[in-house]
Design a protein around this ligand. Structure first.
Ligand code: E4P
Length: 217
């Protein structure tokens, strides 16, 4: 499963990139607001740091407006994935951009039928939001299982990009269900490395090693 960072903070992206485990980045208008940076400059910088797909979202709601914005975004770098909302105009734009060879990430997906439409529109990625469904009391992860079944039934190449990931259980469940990608805030990704038994195991091994008086090399 690929790991994307759901952030617009360049320092976090650099740190994750250095771990060798980062496969891409997703941003959205709220994350851009949080960063306080110029959107286009920021996307260019991220695309230079992370060679994997970097999602940049359009804000126009109509097809024509989306296509104009997509034109600006896709010119920034070869690894830009244009992010469009799961609306009729979004899917029309997805179809056209994908046919043109542009990676498209269809976002704000909350049902399996919406995911089916995105695959038919040629999306490179579909972003089902598990955390926001959980917030409403609907198990978001069940949506991932349904989309996996549908995409496998028809061999759709669209990658399932599990979004709105809030914790390590979401990551584990997504991986067990065979999701292609998950995008999570950096804090959730770093949390995956941690286990108290790893820390106490290192401490006790080092304590014993010191008593041997040996050195490696
Ligand atoms: C995905 O592309 C979105 O940017 C993101 O995962 C939304 O997460 P949230 O529901 O925590 O805002």
């Amino acid at each position: 499963m690929k790991f994307f960072a759901d952030t617009a903070e360049i320092a976090d992206i650099r740190e994750l990139q250095a771990s060798g485990l980062l496969d891409g980045v997703t941003t959205n208008p709220s994350l851009v607001k949080k960063s306080g940076r110029d959107f286009l400059e920021m996307i260019k910088e991220i695309a230079g740091v992370c060679p994997g797909p970097v999602s940049a979202e359009v804000v126009a709601l109509d097809h024509e407006g989306m296509m104009k914005e997509a034109e600006v975004l896709r010119k920034i770098a070869d690894n830009i994935a244009v992010k469009v909302p799961l609306t009729i105009d979004g899917l029309k734009s997805c179809k056209k951009l994908s046919a043109d060879g542009t990676m498209v990430n269809v976002t704000l997906c909350f049902s399996a039928n919406q995911a089916l439409l995105a695959a038919k529109a040629g999306a490179a990625f579909i972003s089902p939001f598990v955390g926001r469904l959980d917030d409403l009391g609907q198990p978001g992860i069940e949506l991932i299982a349904d989309i996996r079944t549908i995409y496998d039934n028809y061999d759709f190449p669209t990658q399932i990009l599990v979004a709105s990931v809030r914790n390590s259980i979401h990551v584990l469940d997504a991986a067990k269900l065979g999701a292609d990608v998950m995008t999570a805030p950096p804090s959730v990704i770093w949390q995956l490395f941690k286990h108290p038994l790893t820390d106490s195991g290192i401490a006790s091994f080092l304590k014993d090693w010191e008593t041997t008086g040996q050195k490696i090399g």
